[in-house]
Design a protein around this ligand. Sequence first.
Ligand SMILES: C[S@@+](CC[C@H](N)C(=O)[O-])C[C@H]1O[C@@H](n2cnc3c(N)ncnc32)[C@H](O)[C@@H]1O
Length: 317
Amino acid sequence: MRLLSSLGVFTQTGNHFGLTPVGELLQSHSSRSMRDLAVMFNDPWSTAAWTELPHSVRTGGDGVTKAFGKNTFELFHDEPDQAANFHAAMTNFSRSVVDATLEAYDFSHFSHLADVGGGHGVLLGSILRHTPGLRGVLFDLPEVLAGAPAAGHLASLEDRVELQPGSFFETVPTGVDAYILKSIIHDWSDDHSRRILRLLRDQLAACDPENGRVLLCEMVVPDNGAPAPAKFLDIEMLVCTIGGKERTASTFSASRSAILAYLFPSRADWVRALGKQGGDSRIWAGIHYQIDNESGVALGESVAQKFIDWASKDGSQ
Ligand SMILES: C[S@@+](CC[C@H](N)C(=O)[O-])C[C@H]1O[C@@H](n2cnc3c(N)ncnc32)[C@H](O)[C@@H]1O
């Protein structure tokens, strides 16, 4: 406890210890809990991946494949306990950006929203509760959706939400006027991402080319030397995914994905809580980094038609 006090997790007065805002994030019952995220970072797939960091830096290949001979999502298929910790961790993380997302974006002009790779549905459930009349589709791999009802994030929304299993490399939900993808594109290389986005493009072209939207919710790496959690997550993607990465705002706006919306959840609860520590170096989930004090939500948005125009020019038809 003395050590953790010295690192900002506890306060210490003599032999009395208390929780700091960072320590509160590790409580399981806190609505802002990051406990499951901390547990996940200590699971074998994660620690083995980080052990392979030199391999990843030298070759660009991920540490999970090096250590286990299969990529992270293939491993989760075979390791349900580690998969369960991963999805609980994603729920922690997503819950922390719900307020920023709802604050940043008005979902009420849609009638039907699909959360693609939506995990156990905490984000979709929050958006639906906040937006009466909106219907939802939760799309993810079959084994992931199997855990969604028990997770309870869609409780009492059963008449407004449909669970649709599938792989986003093969199919995406049809008949919706908006897609949201949170922490999906960052898991994948540009080529993988294009495969996913092209399927969305084709569906929007058929369904609602004028008003349809694709919303990407991702961290954004600052274009300068400023400290930022996204820079840590970028290396997490290097060691844990096959070609995933965090992208900069200029990549989003200069690359072809510029025409997609992105939300910058810099006002996430955990950023706020860590910021309360003084905005200086802190420990989070065992990783030492500095807090990005940037405030506000940057929001880009575009009409699906532009997306379709771009994609058509891409020669990918
Ligand atoms: C980083 S998690 C993000 C989950 C959720 N969107 C969130 O932010 O909490 C990536 C999600 O993509 C899903 N996923 C991975 N490969 C997939 C595939 N081929 N098709 C559909 N979903 C997939 C995973 O099961 C997982 O739920």
